[in-house]
Design a protein around this ligand. Structure first.
Ligand SMILES: *Cc1c(COP(=O)(O)O)cnc(C)c1O
Length: 345
């Protein structure tokens, strides 16, 4: 399979002349900046942030072992998801394929852009069916969305299966690794060099504990990263987020400690939940949440709301009938959930 990004891009994006900001045209050291109509008072917030986030990327690169040129930073992962669809999919013409069930944002981003979503259902045990995905793509399918570990099912997809899709599909294969830190399987990041059609998404929202600062990452070949940079809002990552991320990226030790605690809490919680008579099945999880099939999802959900405990009702989602999605909290939070459920028995 040959990957030809020019053929894949929308015409208007291929021809686009991007907005050139003051900070794009001059980004060196200077004593006096009179080029951007900024206010000279109120430093450092008076200055526009670095549009390419060079310093922040130079700190992320060694952590991920990926060159800075292969990193795009967005306002959450939601931004690269939207930009990829906008860059490659012509409204009313092209389509994306997404596994089902999965994270809802791929569909929302496609719907906003009037791009068709074709679902490729997972097998009943939530494993990835390569055949289903490859049979589902059409000549107008520009990208396939995979999510591993998958939300809301919690399982990691098989590496070989994802590779087979990358090797047999000419469009982009976007693998969302939002939960990769909680998972024993390795990230696909090392495969980027040999797979020009691979895009890996990660985020600071989960294991890193920074959902509030809105910072998502896309890793891909430089030609794909260049496209995203050309169409993003010039100053998409604000200065507060850039400064805070540079400060908190030093917390790698804390991050891995949090992950250890959450993985051990996940296993404890799974064991306890399994004992309730109204729990049909706790699905194995490679993430920081559990998908729990119950006899009465709505009743349990409403009861927990009364107890001021909020979980996610996924029982309306195909293949997740009866299931609630429960995030793994602190030991005390998980204990409160178990105690609340005990009084329900
Ligand atoms: C939580 C989550 C994200 C994170 O999105 P952000 O916009 O980076 O906060 C991405 N993908 C999946 C599948 C998620 O569940």
């Amino acid at each position: 399979m040959t990957f030809d990004i020019q053929k894949l891009l929308r015409d208007n994006i291929r021809k686009l002349k991007p907005y050139s900001s003051a900070r794009d045209e001059f980004s060196g050291e200077a004593a006096v900046f009179l080029d951007a109509n900024e206010n000279p008072f109120n430093a450092p917030y008076n200055r526009y942030p670095d549009p390419r986030q060079k310093e922040l990327k130079s700190k992320i690169a060694p952590v991920k072992n990926i060159p800075a040129e292969n990193i795009f930073l967005g306002n959450g992962s939601d931004e690269p998801i939207d930009l990829l669809i906008r860059a490659f999919c012509s409204p009313e013409v092209d389509s994306i394929v997404a596994i089902a069930p999965t994270y809802g944002m791929y569909r929302v981003a496609a719907d906003v852009n009037d791009v068709k979503v074709i679902e490729a259902p997972l097998n009943a045990d939530y494993t990835l069916s390569v055949k289903t995905v490859l049979n589902t793509v059409t000549p107008y399918t520009k990208m396939v969305f995979l999510c591993s570990p998958n939300n809301p099912t919690g399982n990691a997809l098989k590496r070989e299966a994802m590779l087979e899709i990358m090797n047999n599909f000419e469009g982009l294969v976007v693998v969302d690794e939002a939960y990769i830190d909680f998972c024993p399987e390795k990230s696909l990041l090392p495969l980027l060099a040999e797979h020009p059609n691979l895009v890996v998404l990660q985020t600071f929202s989960k294991a890193w504990g920074m959902a509030g600062i809105r910072l998502g990452m896309a890793f891909a070949g430089q030609d794909i990263i260049d496209v995203l940079n050309r169409i993003k809002y010039p100053y998409n990552i604000n200065i507060l987020t850039q400064l805070k991320a540079m400060e908190l990226i030093g917390l790698e030790k804390e991050k891995s400690d949090w992950v250890k605690v959450l993985v051990s809490e996940r296993e404890k919680l799974a064991e306890k939940l399994q004992e309730f008579p109204f729990v049909v099945k706790v699905f194995p999880s490679d993430a920081n949440f559990l998908l729990v099939k119950t006899l009465d999802p709505r009743g349990i959900y409403n009861y927990l709301v009364d107890e001021k405990i909020i979980v996610r009702d996924r029982s309306g989602v195909a293949l997740c009938e009866g299931s609630l999605r429960i995030s793994v909290g602190s030991e005390m939070e998980n204990q409160r959930l178990i105690e609340a459920l005990e009084t329900l028995v």
